[in-house]
Design a protein around this ligand. Structure first.
Ligand code: TTP
Ligand code: MG
Length: 355
């Protein structure tokens, strides 16, 4: 890539909880938690997100709601209102599309904005970021954080450092001072397993990975090892993806009591399939892959996927999800949680509906 790029990653601050604060002034000054019903400490399911006051108390995304309740029983516990968050998300994305033709939405509250060509320097890109933040706040009342950098990878890394309500610019010359000392799992695509394997090679930080022996990485990970090392050096040439292949829509729910009752499980699958289909329809997506996630009562988790012909109907999701469940589920074992996800999304245009 000869041309210097300028890329922003815009990520909304504590998104679901911020949306709730926006419409409910009675939540001011309170810890706000969006997620499962805590049911006086006996509730199941997890925290989806919480505001910064709750985070200060140690509450965080994906934590069991019962633990959050133990930490703060007086917090405001709210159920998720997806249609409302989608509506706010659409407003945010609309603002972003006003600043650049190239916008890649990566989740409900996050998008890349390509400014290459529109600006002459990263400093200028940071001024754009300032204007974007102002406009997002004016149009939605919400705050966001913006990473400004020379590629997607570094814009994303920078946005984490910008939180909350900030802008962080990282230049090419600053990569190692910015993230060299960060733990490995802060790096894109490094999870617990990869981290453990890297540590067994005596690589302990992103900076360590950046300088690690290439042959050693190759023999441990294959070509992925070199890719990881490139990431650690801030190298990423990927372009913004404006099709919707990478997107997916999923719903999951935790059973009130662990169950192996086929009827109850099928009913839940049907409900989730309908919700996923409704969201896909609203967003104008067809999908060509269905995944079922099963979590047993011992917390072990299994994913099973199958491709289908492009569709957007609940029936197509349900029939595939049911097959996946019947094929893979170990009968007699109790299930704690089940989820349905549609991916391989494709935007369809006009009035015609598939499937
Ligand atoms: P994030 O952007 O990861 O989190 P956030 O916006 O709540 O907080 P931050 O200020 O750190 O960006 O996710 C966006 C939304 O996605 C979040 O508001 C709720 C939802 N979500 C879940 O439902 N479960 C999860 O485990 C996470 C991380 C997010
Ligand atoms: Mg966010």
């Amino acid at each position: 890539m000869d041309k210097k790029r300028a890329v922003l990653l815009v990520d909304m601050d504590y998104f679901y909880a911020a949306c709730e604060e926006l419409r409910r002034s009675d939540l001011k000054g309170k810890a706000v938690i969006v997620g499962a019903d805590p049911k006086g400490g006996k509730g199941r399911g997890v925290v989806m997100t919480c505001n910064y006051l709750a985070r200060k108390q140690g509450i965080k995304s994906a934590m069991p709601i019962s633990i959050a309740y133990r930490i703060n029983p007086d917090a405001a516990y709210l159920p998720a209102d997806f249609p409302y968050y989608e509506e706010m998300s659409a407003k945010v994305m609309h603002v972003l599309r006003g600043f650049s033709e190239k916008v890649e939405q990566v989740s409900i509250d996050e998008a890349y904005v390509e400014l290459t060509g529109a600006v002459g320097s990263l400093d200028e890109a940071a001024e754009y970021a300032e204007r974007i933040k102002g406009k997002v706040r004016a149009e939605t009342g919400l705050s966001c954080s913006v990473g400004v950098s020379f590629n997607k990878l570094m814009a994303k890394m920078a946005s984490d450092a910008a939180k909350p309500d900030g802008i962080k610019l990282v230049r090419e010359s600053e990569v190692s001072s910015f993230m060299g000392n960060m733990p490995l799992d802060k790096l894109y695509s490094v999870g617990d397993k990869t981290k453990a394997r890297l540590e067994s090679m005596n690589i302990k930080s992103i900076g360590g990975l950046a300088k690690a022996n290439k042959m050693a990485l190759l023999s441990e990970f294959g070509s992925i090892g070199i890719e990881l090392r490139n990431y650690a050096n801030g190298i990423d040439e990927s372009a913004l993806v404006e099709n919707y292949e990478a997107k997916s829509i999923g719903r999951e729910s935790t059973f009130e009591h662990d169950t192996s009752d086929q009827k109850e499980i099928e009913q839940e699958l049907m409900k989730l399939s309908k919700e996923v289909a409704a969201e896909a329809l609203k967003a104008g997506f067809a999908f060509k892959n269905i995944t079922v996630k099963i979590r047993y009562s011992d917390f072990s988790e299994h994913l099973h996927s199958r491709g289908i012909k492009p569709s957007s109907g609940a029936e197509a999701i349900y029939s595939t999800a049911r097959l996946l469940y019947l094929d893979s589920f170990e009968r007699g074992r109790k299930l704690r949680k089940i989820g349905v996800r549609a991916s391989g999304l494709m935007k369809y245009s006009g009035q015609s509906r598939l499937g």
